[in-house]
Design a protein around this ligand. Structure first.
Ligand code: IPM
Ligand code: MG
Length: 360
């Protein structure tokens, strides 16, 4: 365990503010229980930062992130900033942090909670027992490839991006996929479009090479369109899915939706030096400020931070167990509520989770 963790707290916009308060409350309790010290330092990001400084990721915020052991991030965006050009939008702040901190690996777990099986769009018998991770490459591929742009050619406009992967980028994410699988069910599915794209043919070749060092783990290759289908037909068969930036963006939303609520899903983005933890869901401006947002994804993101950055897996498990327990006891925020369960606010949900952490 680390004795002290310096955390940059970037709540962002919309419900980001409320759910961040929940996560910080939970971390305070963990701090007392385990004697770990957190130093929280807050900074602006996204729309809030645009309003204040004109920049979705002010220099000061980036500097703070680089001086911290981890970044806790809420959510960014909202209608108010929707009409800004791509490079001025709140999302740009997020993309820039990923690149600047070299957060090349995005870990997105999707787990079906027994208490929430009815929230899934899939039949109970298909979703029950699903426990997978989408490992998305986060700093390369078509999101960042050059050349990119919109220009005029032959008297008309043309838009273009470049999907590009260097061998070293594929190698490091593949290694992490196999490492993660070793601690789980020892299966990696590498997702690409190697029947059409050269960049995918190289992806497949390099992942296969890296696999030579991990022969105790099973490796399968799957085209992305097929993966989109198999995730719906037999999600239980997946353990670790490793893929590039854009395929991972799409597949991870699909995997998230399987389990029924985006409000439950945390994520971690890690690189050699920095780590960044955020819920998968967005800033949900429609419910912001009402005190009804589901804080669980944010709280579970803090749990991933405790495990990966603070080296305190026991505290992380405490939180996961407390979340299981509130759900089993029938407490639900609006997004996961169904008749017969007890509707609670953001604060009530947070306090219940804290109560169960203290009792464990
Ligand atoms: C995500 C989001 C981002 C992405 C957006 C907000 C830039 O969809 O984290 O999955 O495309 O990576
Ligand atoms: Mg996405």
């Amino acid at each position: 365990m680390k004795k002290k963790c310096k955390i940059a707290v970037l709540a962002g916009d919309g419900i980001g503010l409320e759910i961040m308060e929940s996560a910080l409350k939970v971390l305070d309790v963990i701090s007392k229980k385990y004697g770990i010290e957190f130093e929280f330092r807050k900074a602006l990001v996204g729309g809030a930062a645009i309003d204040e400084t004109g920049d979705p990721l002010p220099e000061e915020t980036l500097k703070l992130c680089k001086e911290s052991d981890a970044v806790l991030f809420g959510a960014v965006g909202g209608e108010k900033w929707d009409n800004l050009p791509t490079d001025k939008r709140p999302e740009k702040g997020l993309l820039k942090i990923r690149k600047e901190l070299d957060l090349f690996a995005n870990i997105r777990p999707a787990k079906a909670y027994n208490a929430l099986l009815d929230s899934s769009p899939l039949k109970n018998n298909i979703i029950k027992g699903v426990d997978l991770i989408v490992l998305r490459e986060l700093t390369g591929g078509i999101y960042f490839g050059e050349p990119r742009g919109i220009e005029e050619r032959n008297g008309e406009k043309v838009g273009f991006n470049t999907m590009i992967y260097y061998e070293h980028e594929i190698k490091r994410i593949a290694k992490l996929a196999f490492e993660l699988a070793r601690g789980r069910r020892k299966k990696v599915t590498s997702v690409d479009k190697a029947n059409v794209l050269e960049v995918s043919a190289l992806w497949r070749e390099v992942v296969t090479q890296v696999h030579n060092d991990y022969t105790d783990v099973d490796l399968e290759h799957m085209y992305v369109d097929n993966c989109a289908m198999q995730l719906i037909r037999r999600p239980k068969d997946f353990d670790v899915i490793v893929t590039g930036n854009m395929f991972g963006d799409i597949i991870s939303d699909e995997a998230g939706a399987l389990t029924g609520s985006l409000g439950m899903l945390p994520s971690a983005s890690i690189g050699e030096r920095y780590a960044f933890y955020e819920p998968i869901h967005g800033s949900a401006p429609d419910i912001a400020g009402k005190g009804i947002a589901n804080p669980i994804a944010m709280i579970l993101s803090a749990a991933m931070m405790l495990d990966i950055t603070c080296k305190l897996p026991q505290a992380s498990k405490d939180i996961e167990k407390a979340v299981d327990k509130v759900l089993e006891e029938g407490y639900r925020t609006t997004d996961i509520w169904s008749p017969g369960t007890k509707k609670v606010s953001t604060d009530e949900m947070t306090d219940l989770i804290i109560k169960y952490i203290q009792e464990s």
